[in-house]
Design a protein. Structure first.
Length: 271
């Protein structure tokens, strides 16, 4: 697998985490890959062969070739049908809401074709430009021009939502809503409503995903193989709490995760 990441333009770096590309040669018997939640929203362009997204053990849909993958709160499987060549934009949790009028909660746990977000002609024109680009540098330039034009026509994200996301990110997902709002719990309902509208999931759900990211990175980068130590350093109550959350979001326990062929792609992204 050839996976690369690229930094966004300075005018977009507060909204976009990175651009990434993934190339995988055709495999004789490709394994299903389990994709686990990472707290981000992604816009992706499939430039190679189609990719299956499994809706059950045996049933699948073909992912749209130009799409946005909203917030996910449970793992899912994908499988290539041939050559993999993908170009994608990874937005921060509050980033993508700046570019669309549709409520972000409507994008959760599914792929949405770009034409449903930006209109058929605009989406088709953008997709063709991305397909016809000669390299990644040109694709980044095309998408940045598109997003910067969109940004100029949208209002900025609600301050209270952005502050909450920033607090969750800086605390590895452990900051409580009460602490974030500094005792002003009259704002809690407003936050919950606006958060789900603009981020796609609740503050609690996003916090759990971010905390799991911290633990996953420790596990993958082999900072320690002691699960109890990882649990405490990631602010779980104990190892059983860590294992319970880990299994909820990945479908397996921490020991099964390492070396699992179905997890190779997710492990690559998290590393």
């Amino acid at each position: 697998m050839n996976y690369q990441t690229f930094k966004p333009h300075s005018d977009l770096e507060s909204l976009i985490s990175c651009y990434w590309t993934l190339e995988v040669p055709i495999q004789k018997d490709p394994e299903k890959q389990r994709i686990i939640p990472d707290g981000c929203i992604e816009m992706a362009f499939i430039l190679g062969d189609d990719i299956k997204r499994y809706t059950s053990e045996d049933e699948f849909i073909l992912q749209p070739r130009a799409m946005v993958l909203g917030q996910t709160i449970e793992p899912f499987y994908i499988k290539p049908t041939g050559y993999v060549n993908t170009f994608a934009i990874r937005f921060y949790p509050y980033g993508f809401a700046n570019f669309v009028t549709m409520p972000i909660k409507n994008l959760a746990n599914k792929e949405t074709p770009l034409k449903l977000l930006f209109g058929e002609s605009t989406a088709k024109e953008l997709e063709q430009k991305i397909i016809n680009a000669t390299d990644t540098k040109q694709r980044i330039s095309i998408i940045e021009n598109f997003l910067l034009k969109k940004l100029n026509t949208k209002t900025t994200i609600d301050t209270i939502v952005k502050q909450t996301v920033d607090a969750l990110l800086s605390s590895n997902g452990t900051e409580s809503i009460k602490t974030i709002l500094k005792e002003d719990l009259s704002k809690r309902r407003q936050l919950e409503r606006n958060f789900k509208q603009q981020i796609g999931v609740s503050p609690k759900q996003l916090g759990k995903v971010i905390r799991l990211q911290t633990a996953l990175k420790m596990l993958l980068n082999k900072k320690t193989d002691n699960l109890t130590k990882i649990a405490y350093q990631s602010d779980y109550f104990d190892q059983s709490h860590f294992t319970k959350d880990f299994k909820e979001f990945t479908g397996v326990n921490p020991k099964e995760f390492l070396g699992n062929e179905n997890m190779m792609l997710s492990a690559l992204f998290y590393k």
